[in-house]
Ligand binder design. Sequence first.
Ligand code: UDP
Length: 377
Amino acid sequence: MKQIDILIIGAGISGAVLAERYAAIGKKVLILEKRNHIAGNCYDYIDENGILVSKYGAHLFHTNEESVWDYVNKFSEWYPWEHKVIAKVDDKMVPIPVNITTVNELFGTQISSEQEMQKWLEDNRTPLDNPANGEEAVLNRVGPVLYEKMFKHYTKKQWDKYPAELDASVLDRIPVRHNYDDRYFSDVHQALPKGGYTQLFENILSNPNIEIKLETDYFDVEEQYSGYEKLFYTGPVDRFFDFKHSLTEKLEYRSINFVSETVDAEFFQENSVVNYPGTEVDFTRIIEYKHFGNQKSSKTTVVREFTVDEGEPYYPVPNPRNQEIYAKYKLETEKLVDIHFVGRLANYKYFNMDQAFKNALDLFYTLEGQEKSQTVD
Ligand code: UDP
């Protein structure tokens, strides 16, 4: 067997970044990936309609971190893309995050300035000093009527929990805007990779010091690998420990059932993403990939997202109960020398893509030192 210095489990963002960094300092890296492709949940491909689609849901890159932006620009060209989301509420199409237009459309008001919007929010919100959960976070921001129309049922569909059963941080992802800004994110850098995410990952992983074995579940082959310097594990943390703390208390994850359909029309909907925060349908949102990068095709592909309990874990479920269970696994991880748990599933945290890049880069620099890595750039 070839000598391996670094063994990495998973070819998503965290695994790819660590592989790239270690390969760049001359280490022999082996990545074991359970799926038949690289790029983790960012994986995209050209579908039968000639449209670049993401297999695991739309991925919109946004960051305020210059180091992450510099890093990703080494591996792909990026084009600016300011993501917008429209929600179908009371049969109206309104912007989310809530902004002046949202309120005017839903309530027939004629707000036209930040001051008027602030006044409307003051009159409608339920001020709470330290929102303790997702419900309080939304009530504090926009009040009970918008909570009911836009957040309560969407959240139930997404998590099978009401916002009161989730940490405030989950709902805090969605701000409220006092102006007409209808962008989903407000980060300095908002962009998509020109050739798609899979190509970005191919470039990140192109160093000949990196070997990738697809369709290889680490837990089926682990006894074949030893003698490496370090192991980076990016899968679900409880899986690594054979679910030992889960007999009575299972760590929860949410998965998504993506139901794809070809529509014989130029476009199906007016925007890339339309959210359905009501109870009239079971899905949370419909993605029409053709809008991303203004792609051309005679037909269009739409994907409805049904969030489910079973299936591949995509989302950790942030609430105190799960944090308590995760804390037990975390203690186990800390006992292991030279085995590092990195990424969304291994840290049981709802990271955005840029945070995943940053955490992996930070871990590398913490372990290997800033100077060493700088000399190879
Ligand atoms: N959310 C909501 N209504 C919406 C959009 C989001 O209630 O129309 C809540 C919901 O709980 C969701 C969370 O805000 O899980 C975070 O939304 P985001 O769009 O960041 O979720 P992601 O794109 O990561 O699935």
